[in-house]
Structures are given as C-alpha cells and as structure tokens.
Write a protein that binds this ligand. Structure first.
Ligand code: PCP
Length: 383
C-alpha cells in the first residue's frame, strides 16, 4: 500500500490534481471556448497595509510546484514580514496555473500562520531557549512544516525526529511522563538515573519533575540524585493544578539555589502562550511551546487576477492592476501600482522566483531566519 494514511500524494500536487473541482470545470469551459488569456494574478491577504504584520513562508514549496510551468513568478523573500498587498505575483497563460491555485494557497497559508505564531513566542522571550513541541497536534505528514516554520521564526529547536531528518537538524527532547510512570511513584530517582545511564552524552539531563509530587520536592530529589550531571528540570504542571505558575517556578529556583544547585536550569511547558512566556521569562530558563504555534490561524491568502491581456481588472473589493510592495526605512510597508513610482527611499520587496518555469532563487533557512528576525525589528512586530 503506497498511501495507507489517505494523504494526498506529492505527485497529485505537482500534477495539479490537488485542486478544487471548479478549476477543472474552468479548464473544460475555457478549452471548449478556445480561451486562455494572458493574465497577471496576485496572492494577497489584505489589500491595504493594516499595521498587523505576519510572516511570509512556504515560498520554496511554491517554487517547486511551478517548476516547469510556463509562468513567471515574483514573491517576497522567505521570512519577510508583510501587512498588506501582494506577497506573490504570477504572470502567464491562465490555464498554465489555474489548477495549481488550491495547492499554491495551501503551501503559503498554513506555514505562514505557524511562522507568525512562532515569531510571537520567540519575541516573548528573546533571551531564553524556546523549543517547538507541538508536532503532536498536527497530521504527521506536515510535522516538518511546523518545525521548519518554528526555526524560520528563530526558535532554538524542535522535538520531531522525522522532521529533523527532513530539515537536516537533530530533534531535541528528554523524557515524557510515560517514562516516569514506568518506574512508578516513589521511584523517580530510578527513572532519572536510568535515563542518565542510557542516553548519549550529548543529550541534556533535564528531569521531568511534576509527575507525582510537588515540583519543589521532585526538583530537589532530581538534583540530589544526579548531582552535577543534572542540567535542568522541566515543569509541565497541568493547568488544573497550576495555581500561580510563576510562584511555583520561583519557589523551585529558591530551593535549588538554597542547596547549591544554582546551575540547574528550569524549563517550562504545557499550554504556554506569548503572554504566559512574558510573565515567566525572568524566572524560567527555557520554554517548550506547542499549541500556540499549531493552533495558529492560517493566513487568509487568496489569488486574484489583477490584469488580463494587459488591462487592469478586479472583482469588487479587490484592487486592480499589477502592484509592487516596498519597505521604507521607517518600517512602513507600502502598496503601489508597479508602473508608478513607489515611496521615496522605498525598497521593492517582490523578487524573481520563477522565470519561464525555472526556479531562479536559492533557499537557505538560516538566511530566512535572519531576515525574519531583522524584519520583525524593522517593522516593530508586536502581536
Ligand atoms: C508537553 C505538554 C504538551 C506538549 C508538551 C506540547 O508534553 O504537556 O502536551 O505543548 P502545548 O501544551 O504548548 O501544546 P509532555 O509533558 O512531554 O507530555 P506527556 O504528558 O505526554 O509526557
């Protein structure tokens, strides 16, 4: 069985079969009528800048989707922020790409949502270790999409093993509650000792300390058990038992310090949001973030024809004509008609991606991360 989980095969996406039925009917109708107009179409979320910036990504997959198609595409660079206007523009015969619209939008919308939420988490604790733990909340076939978006937004690492193989980065992680259960209440020290003996030297010794007893008791037991080998403790106290999480963490810190364990770091996880991370960032050393990223709303991108046979056109509520977007030194994001002058000192942001079916851009995740974080600062990203 080649497709046991019922996911859409890559070949179907590349061939344009991963589409909405009305595009197939459009093809049949246009071919019947002998029409295939030359168009320019733009991908846009908001027509005018809103002041609410989001992260653009997924563009590498779009390039792959369009390789070999007789179109030209310009797009924002991977990791660029935007708050309105086109993020991508396609020019060519309409039937060359009509059936690809559905997959094109999917490649951009969900990953850009993940990356925007990940950036919120990143900037909530710029000095702390922030890891992506949310792969368990999505279909496993897109786990690498989540983890890539997290890295793009500057997170320090992620937990999903197969995503790591796809991305060429090793997954991180220490122990789940299941491991603690396997040793049982009163035997936490045996679990941590066995872990210390079993795993490679490169794995940080982070003891999970919220399973059976209070966080302070288990943290001190972990420190006494592993001594200098203990790198940190992880507190994942469930919401119903959390009370004042900040106070719990401060209490654990106090008692570890009081017994000479100042070098033991405290990591937190479980339902964290940018707000809770901000409240904890001065008392905890690191955070594992899952659902804040994976629950992110997809960016509401749509693809609209804006020029047909050289003439501007649009539906009601959309802006006709080929556009450009530019960034001014004050962080402003501007939308103008492409054949008019943009703002003084504005830097045009739409760059060649595909030329007559050939991918003309290289992709580097580290570069995209650098761009994303620099651009977040330039535009004053603040969600
Ligand atoms: C952590 C936490 C969440 C996971 C991480 C994702 O798991 O309990 O379920 O974080 P999120 O709440 O931000 O989505 P573990 O403590 O490792 O889970 P388990 O209880 O399965 O060991």
């Amino acid at each position: 069985m080649s497709n046991p989980f019922g996911t859409i095969p890559s070949e179907a996406i590349l061939e344009g079969d991963a589409t909405d039925a009305y595009f197939e009917r459009t093809r049949a109708t246009l071919e019947h009528a002998g029409k295939n107009p030359h168009v320019v179409a733009e991908v846009t979320a908001d027509q005018f800048p809103t002041g609410e910036f989001e992260v653009f990504t997924g563009v590498k997959d779009v390039a792959t989707l369009f390789e070999g198609r007789a179109v030209d595409i310009d797009a924002l660079p991977d990791g660029q922020l935007f708050d309105g206007g086109p993020v991508l523009r396609i020019e060519g015969p309409y039937l060359e790409f009509a059936a690809l619209e559905t997959s094109l939008l999917g490649f951009l919308s969900q990953p850009s949502g993940f990356a925007t939420a990940a950036l919120e988490a990143r900037l909530a604790a710029p000095e702390s270790l922030v890891l992506s733990f949310g792969a368990r909340h999505v279909h496993p076939s897109i786990a690498a999409t989540v983890e890539r978006a997290a890295l793009l937004a500057g997170l320090d690492g992620f937990s999903h093993v197969a995503a790591g193989e796809t991305l060429g980065r090793e997954a991180g992680g220490t122990m789940p509650h299941a491991l603690m259960f396997c040793f049982g209440e009163g035997h936490q020290d045996e679990a941590w000792t066995a872990f210390d003996e079993a795993v490679g030297a490169d794995v940080p010794r982070i003891a999970l300390v919220d399973t059976f007893w209070d966080e302070k008791s288990e943290s001190l037991l972990a420190a006494e058990t592993l001594g200098d080998d203990l790198d940190g403790v992880r507190i994942d106290t469930t919401g119903s038992r959390r009370g004042d999480f900040r106070h719990i963490i401060r209490e654990v810190r106090w008692d570890l310090d009081a017994r000479g364990y100042e070098d033991v770091d405290i990591f937190c996880s479980g339902g964290l949001t940018p707000e809770t991370i901000r409240e904890l960032r001065d008392v905890a050393d690191g955070f594992g973030v899952g659902s804040h990223i994976t629950d992110a709303d997809s960016i509401d991108f749509s693809l609209d024809i804006v020029e047909i046979e050289g003439e501007p056109i649009s539906k009601r509520g959309k802006l006709s004509g080929v556009k450009d977007v530019s960034r001014t030194p004050d962080g402003g994001h501007h939308v103008t008609l492409a054949d008019r002058d943009g703002p003084t000192e504005g830097e045009s942001l739409l760059e060649p991606l595909v030329r007559d079916g050939e991918i003309v851009r290289e992709f580097d995740l580290a570069d995209a991360t650098e761009r994303c974080l620099a651009d977040a600062e330039a535009v004053g990203f603040d969600h």
